[in-house]
Design a protein around this ligand. Structure first.
Ligand SMILES: Cc1cc2nc3c(=O)[nH]c(=O)nc-3n(C[C@H](O)[C@H](O)[C@H](O)COP(=O)(O)OP(=O)(O)OC[C@H]3O[C@@H](n4cnc5c(N)ncnc54)[C@H](O)[C@@H]3O)c2cc1C
Length: 422
C-alpha cells in the first residue's frame, strides 16, 4: 500500500508563482518515487520551492522531503552521498560535526541539494565553482521508473548535473568534501563605485568569499562583505582600507532583522554557520521579493557595471538590493559558469512583477549581449532564441535529454520556451 502523501500548498516560496500541477506527491521511499514516475505521463521533481519561475512545474510534482536524508560519508573517496531533498544547512551541520566541509554554500541554507544542483546555484569566491561543480555522482529515477546511477566517468555526466530536472527525479547526490574549516565574516562600508569597477579583481579576490551588496545610484556601494578562512591563531583583524572601504559600524548592519543573519563582526565559526548569509534556524525573509540574476563573463564585468550604473536610478525604483559575487568556471554544459569565470549580478526586487518586468528588458539588453546567462532558478524574460547562443553545448544537452527521455516525461512548458525553442 502506498504511503505517498499529497501536499495541497501550491505556491513557491516567494509566492510569485502558483504551480498548476494537479498533484504534488510526497512519496516516503525511492520505490514509491519509481512507481509514481512510471505511472505518470508528465512528472517532475520539486525541491524546496525556492525558484522564482515555472521551471519545476508540470502535471504531477514529486517532492522527496519524506525520504530519509541518510548521509553517507566516504572519507577515502572524499565524498558524501545524501538524499536529494536534504537542505544544505542540515547537510553542512552534519558534515562539520564529522570533521568535513563542502567548498561553498549559497546565501540561503534552506534550499535542497537536488534543486540547487539542477539550477547551477552558487555562492561566492574567485576559486569557488558553483555548488553543482562539487557533484560527483547522481542517482535518478528515469522516465520508465528505473533507477540509474551516473558519475564523472559516465559520458554526458557534465550535461546531466545542471539538468533542470529534465533527466528524471534525482534521488541521491554525491558531493566532494574536504576537511572542515573556520570562517570569519567582516562587513565594510564606504567603498566608492569607481574604485570597485577599477580594482574589481583585487577587491573580489581579497577573501575566500566576497559579496558586494548595493543599490546602483550613489557614489559608494552599500556593503562589502569578506568571508575569510581562519587558520589556527589568526588573523586578529581584517582591514579593507587598502581597498577603499572602512569597517561597518555594527549599527549599520541588519538593524531590521538581526536574528536572520549569520554572525558577522569577525567572530570565527564553522564554515557551515558563516558561508551562508542567512541562518538555518530562522526564516530568511518574508519571501516578499522577486530575484533575478545574470552570470556575466568576468572579463566583461566592468562594461556591465558601468552600463547598469547608467540606468541605476531606474533599477533602484524597484530594487531592494543587488549582490555581486564571483564564481569560478566549471565544465557543466548548462551552468551559468560553464567554461568561463563569471560574476553573478543579482537583483532582489520588490514583489511587484509588473514593475520588475518594466526594467528587466533594459537589464537584459545590457547583460545578454555581454554574454550574461540568466540564473535558471530566478525570474528572467529571455527565451530560447536569445539564450541559445550563450550556451555552446546547448544542442548536445538537448540530444542528451532526448536520448534519456524520448517520450518527454520530464519536459515542461518552461523548458520548451526557454531551452528547446522551436
Ligand atoms: C531567499 C533565496 C536565496 C537564494 N540564494 C541563492 C544563492 O545564494 N545563490 C544562487 O545561485 N541561488 C540562490 N537562490 C536560488 C535557488 O538556489 C534556486 O532557485 C534553487 O534551484 C532552489 O532550490 P529548490 O530546492 O528550492 O528547487 P525548486 O525551486 O523546488 O526546483 C528548481 C528546479 O530543480 C529541479 N529539482 C528539484 N529537485 C530535484 C530533484 N530531486 N531531481 C531533479 N530535479 C530537481 C526542479 O524540477 C526545478 O527544475 C536563492 C533563492 C531564494 C528564494
Amino acid at each position: 500500500m502506498t504511503q505517498t502523501h499529497t501536499n495541497t500548498d501550491r505556491s513557491n516560496w516567494a509566492k510569485n508563482y502558483v504551480y498548476r500541477a494537479t498533484e504534488i506527491l510526497e512519496p516516503a521511499s525511492i520505490d514509491e518515487v519509481q512507481r509514481v514516475v512510471a505511472a505518470n505521463r508528465r512528472v517532475r521533481a520539486l525541491g524546496t520551492r525556492h525558484s522564482f519561475n515555472a521551471l519545476p512545474d508540470t502535471d504531477v510534482l514529486v517532492h522527496l522531503g519524506r525520504i530519509p536524508s541518510d548521509p553517507v560519508i566516504d572519507a577515502a573517496a572524499g565524498t558524501v552521498t545524501v538524499g536529494s531533498a536534504t537542505r544544505y544547512g542540515d547537510l553542512a551541520r552534519h558534515l562539520h560535526s564529522e570533521g568535513f566541509a563542502l567548498h561553498n554554500l549559497g546565501s540561503l541554507p534552506h534550499i535542497s541539494v537536488g534543486g540547487a544542483t539542477a539550477t547551477g546555484t552558487h555562492g561566492s569566491g574567485d576559486g569557488n565553482g558553483t555548488l553543482s561543480s562539487a557533484v560527483s555522482g547522481l542517482q535518478l529515477v528515469t522516465a520508465d521508473g528505473d533507477l540509474l546511477d551516473v558519475d564523472r566517468s559516465t559520458p554526458g555526466f557534465d550535461g546531466m548535473v545542471v539538468g533542470l530536472g529534465a533527466f528524471g527525479v534525482v534521488t541521491r547526490v554525491t558531493l566532494d568534501v574536504r576537511p572542515t574549516f573556520d570562517v570569519r565574516q567582516d562587513a565594510f562600508v564606504g567603498l566608492p563605485w569607481d574604485r570597485l569597477i577599477e580594482d574589481f579583481d583585487a577587491i573580489m579576490g581579497s577573501a575566500y568569499s566576497v559579496s558586494v551588496l548595493t543599490m546602483w545610484s550613489g557614489d559608494t556601494v552599500d556593503h562589502l562583505w569578506l568571508k575569510t578562512i581562519v587558520a589556527e591563531g589568526g588573523p586578529d583583524d581584517i582591514d579593507a582600507t587598502h581597498l577603499g572601504a572602512i569597517a561597518a559600524p555594527s549599527a549599520e548592519l541588519f538593524d531590521e532583522q538581526p536574528t536572520n543573519m549569520t554572525v558577522f563582526g569577525g567572530v570565527a565559526g564553522p564554515w557551515s554557520e558563516r558561508l551562508p548569509h542567512f541562518r538555518l534556524d530562522s526564516t530568511p525573509s518574508a519571501g516578499e521579493e522577486i530575484q533575478s540574476e545574470y552570470l556575466v563573463p568576468r572579463d566583461r564585468i566592468r562594461e556591465a557595471l558601468t552600463a547598469l550604473r547608467g540606468i541605476g536610478p531606474r533599477i533602484d525604483e524597484v530594487l531592494l538590493i543587488t549582490e555581486l559575487r564571483t564564481v569560478a568556471a566549471d565544465g557543466l554544459w548548462l551552468s551559468g559558469a560553464s567554461d568561463r569565470d563569471v560574476v553573478g549580478v543579482h537583483f532582489t526586487f520588490a514583489p511587484d512583477t509588473e514593475r520588475v518586468d518594466r526594467v528587466l528588458p533594459a537589464i537584459e539588453d545590457i547583460l545578454l549581449p555581454l554574454g550574461g546567462r540568466p540564473h535558471w532558478g530566478k525570474h528572467f524574460l529571455a527565451t530560447a532564441e536569445r539564450l541559445a547562443p550563450l550556451y555552446p553545448r546547448r544542442s548536445e544537452w538537448i540530444e542528451l535529454v532526448e536520448r534519456h527521455d524520448p517520450t518527454g516525461t520530464f519536459r515542461n512548458g518552461f523548458l520548451e520556451e526557454r531551452v528547446f525553442g522551436d
